[in-house]
Design a protein around this ligand. Structure first.
Ligand code: PLP
Length: 381
């Protein structure tokens, strides 16, 4: 499909596998793990990322991220691991934004030292703090924007420029935005990662990962990843393709609901503060207008303390208290009790995460119903 198709059309049709035999409307599923080896250019095998369903869905994701190519993985973390380890070796150095997904942080802290890979964690969104950390052995800068759970933004164009100038690879975890709200390749970011478990899957029933980049980097990552063995099963590839057909509709509704919810909570007397890039009060509101197409379905808000946060979580009825995000259903969780439970209260407060904070993944239900549920739970505090 040509690049100039609209995003809704790309969601439905990019990478369609045409059913020539039966003329069905959807992509057929080819679950085979064994393929003919005579007269072929490249052996087909699921772990080689080249089965018909994998190639078709990769095309769709590449199109959605305005990138040349993409690869699918068994989880978001498999995509993150594979992208990092395809480029680094013992003695190299990587710069990470410190407010990245907890699982990514865990991977870095637990695994890097086994391979003598150095890293810096930058607790800032300011370009000059990243610049300061660049050393002669630095290979990659890894960022996430908007960040979890405070929804702070980093200037994608400046990070990409800094990387190009210093011959570094820029990687972004774009999970929170989905390809509908943000296309980092438009700003020069090299590798774009998604936990497809979240918005791409969208129904809280698929574990998957994806990454998009140029052909050269995809080739490098593929060659290494064949050895890591983290590809996605073709059955799940097929389900994920079906999910992405409605991605733009789901995300549009989540954007719309989240902005209304953010405004409602902002005005509510029981709520101390709201973090959402679509609110004019958000410090990165202006930046979000330059690099995001939608403000997203994720926000966080602060109640007085952990007791209130727990009480509130017990009182919500329609909204589920659950850890994951990006599903069609609204879910709320406490960062203190989940993603940031392993770091001390003092450390958390230093980065702005207070115990009364709740992270909200806004779903596609009617706004009035979400609002009423929030209202009745808040009124009981
Ligand atoms: C969930 C998540 C991941 C990890 O993805 P898995 O599919 O759970 O492996 C990475 N980054 C972000 C931002 C996430 O939310």
């Amino acid at each position: 499909m040509k690049k100039n198709k609209g995003v809704d059309t790309k969601c439905v049709h990019s990478g369609d596998l045409i059913d020539d035999r039966f003329k069905g409307a959807t992509s057929p599923l080819f679950p085979s793990t064994a393929y003919d080896f005579i007269d072929v250019n490249e052996d087909k095998y699921p772990r080689y990322f080249n089965t018909p369903n994998q190639l078709a869905l990769s095309k769709k994701i590449a199109d959605l991220e305005n990138s040349e190519d993409a690869l699918l993985f068994g989880s978001g973390i498999a995509a993150i691991f594979s992208s990092l380890f395809s480029f680094i070796k013992s003695g190299d150095h990587v710069i990470f934004q410190s407010s990245i997904y907890g699982g990514t942080l865990n991977l870095v802290i637990k695994e890097f030292k086994k391979f003598n890979i150095k890293y810096s964690l930058v607790d800032s969104f300011d370009l000059k703090d990243y610049k300061k950390e660049i050393k002669s052995n630095t290979k990659i800068i890894f960022i996430e924007s908007p960040s979890n759970p405070l929804l702070k933004l980093i200037d994608l164009k400046s990070i990409a420029k800094l990387c190009k100038k210093n011959n570094l690879i820029s990687i972004i975890d774009n999970t929170f935005s989905s390809p509908i709200n943000q296309n980092p390749s438009d700003f020069g970011i090299d590798i774009i990662i998604h936990s497809a478990t979240k918005y791409l899957g969208g129904h809280s029933d698929i574990l998957a990962g994806a990454l998009a980049s140029n052909k050269k980097y995809i080739q490098t990552i593929k060659e290494s990843s064949i050895n890591y063995g983290g590809n996605l099963s073709d059955y799940t590839v097929w389900l994920l393709e079906r999910s992405i057909k409605t991605l733009s509709l789901r995300v549009a509704k989540q954007n719309e609901n989240a902005l209304k919810v953010a405004k409602f909570l902002f005005e509510h007397q029981k709520v101390n503060s709201v973090n959402y890039p679509g609110l004019k009060s958000h410090p990165d509101y202006e930046l979000s207008l330059t690099q995001m197409k939608g403000f997203g379905g994720m926000l966080s808000f602060e109640l007085n303390d952990l007791d209130e946060a727990i009480k509130f979580t017990r009182k919500i009825k329609l909204i589920k208290s659950a850890m994951s995000l990006g599903g069609v259903e609204s879910t709320i969780c406490s960062p203190t009790l989940t993603s940031h439970s392993k770091i001390s209260k003092e450390e958390r407060e230093k980065i702005g995460i207070f115990d009364g904070l709740l992270r909200f993944s806004v779903g596609i239900e009617d706004f009035e119903d979400i609002k009423n549920d929030l209202d009745q739970a808040l009124s009981q505090l």
